[in-house]
Design a protein. Structure first.
Ligand SMILES: C[S@@+](CC[C@H](N)C(=O)[O-])C[C@H]1O[C@@H](n2cnc3c(N)ncnc32)[C@H](O)[C@@H]1O
Length: 346
């Protein structure tokens, strides 16, 4: 039987704890029913696994409460809090998993809305939700920040924190020692600049004083623009039918690229070379916003390619990676810049 995605934000019991649950069910039978929602287990994944392991017939009961996402999360939180003693670090990891789930469901709901079906999850406001989740899971925002950084940069360590095998603070230390976080210190060439190169995760305000793209890169990008184009984070570049930049005077739209307020699919092409210091959530919102606004092509320049292993754009499966161009700026010590092009085929 499948486990509900909301139930899966909590780690499964393992080892001695699971064995002890199995022994208890074997000796005393199943004391509380397994709660299901539309054929999936919402509470009682461990009881179900234990019943299977010791050959006890499971008893099911259908959930009758509100099925609003935040209510389901609160229900799962309550039942888990009742019987499990999680550390603050584990609770932070659960809050981060819940946040990722909310973001996924929101994206899926928005897609359904676009195809004409109403879905309340689409109206969840991400920023507000993150704050609500930290409060909901009874943990501090600092812990959530650390856990979220781990999930992004060291997913295996994050899983260990979630499972209670490693404390959050020692996972953070371990990650620093492994050098898997992006800091000046573990990039020797960049260290030479004494920290003047802005990277993801630091607090530099990153504005540009001159056009960064060399002529041939601009020419390439220009040849890639099709139809009416939006150039987000354009800086001094003149490319694009509509130019957008939060910090640049004289552009057509001086707004935040992640929240433009422009109508869905209002551009054929959306091009963006975002700043390197974008916050975790902002980067996600930006990628969402690009897919929302573009009807035919997304062109994204950054140090990563926003594609899944099948070559589909991470935020919208109707965009497929068609080309990647790599170039080396003279600055940044020859660090590669990746220009990825995604098309709908429309
Ligand atoms: C990497 S630079 C773009 C450089 C440009 N491609 C060039 O070759 O000169 C990123 C740009 O994003 C702008 N920016 C930073 N935060 C922004 C935000 N929240 N919304 C829109 N633009 C933003 C900065 O002002 C900067 O011009």
């Amino acid at each position: 039987m499948q486990f509900h995605a909301v139930a899966n934000i909590y780690p499964l019991l393992q080892g001695v704890e699971f064995e002890s649950l199995c022994n208890s069910i074997k000796a005393n039978g199943l004391r509380s029913a397994i709660i299901t929602l539309e054929g999936q287990i919402l509470d009682g994944r461990n009881r179900y696994r234990a019943c299977e392991a010791v050959g006890v017939e499971p008893v099911f009961q259908e959930y009758t409460g509100s099925t609003e996402l935040l209510d389901l999360l609160a229900f799962v939180r309550d039942v888990n809090e009742e019987r499990r003693h999680l550390t603050s670090g584990q609770r932070a990891a659960v809050a981060v998993s819940a946040g990722a789930l909310v973001a996924d469901l929101k994206a899926a709901a928005e897609k359904r809305m676009k195809s004409g079906k109403s879905d309340p999850s689409a109206s969840l406001r991400q920023g507000k939700v993150a704050q609500q989740l930290a409060e909901m899971f009874g943990t501090g925002s600092r812990y959530v920040e650390h856990a979220s950084h781990l999930k992004e940069n060291a997913p295996r360590l994050f899983e260990q924190v979630l499972a209670g095998k490693v404390s959050l603070s020692s996972a953070v230390q371990q990650q620093k020692r492994n050098g898997s976080s992006v800091t000046y210190k573990n990039q020797p060439a960049i260290q030479v600049t004494r920290g003047t190169v802005p990277l993801a995760g630091n607090s530099h305000v990153y504005t540009v004083n001159k056009l960064l793209w060399p002529g041939e890169v601009e020419a390439l990008l220009e040849s890639l623009l099709i139809g009416r184009s939006l150039h987000m984070c354009c800086g001094k570049s003149k490319l694009g039918t509509v130019r957008l930049d939060l910090h640049e005077a004289g552009v057509d739209l001086q707004v935040d690229a992640a929240h433009t307020g422009q109508p869905d699919k209002s551009f054929d092409t959306v091009l963006c070379d975002p700043p390197y210091n974008g916050e975790f959530q902002w980067n996600h919102d930006l990628l969402d916003e690009m897919a929302r606004l573009a009807s035919r092509r997304i062109i994204f320049q950054h140090w990563f390619v926003p594609a899944n292993p099948n070559g589909l754009y991470k935020k919208a499966n109707n965009f497929r990676l068609t080309d990647i161009y790599v170039w080396q700026p003279k600055t940044y010590f020859g660090r590669a810049q990746l220009i990825s092009v995604f098309d709908t085929g429309a």
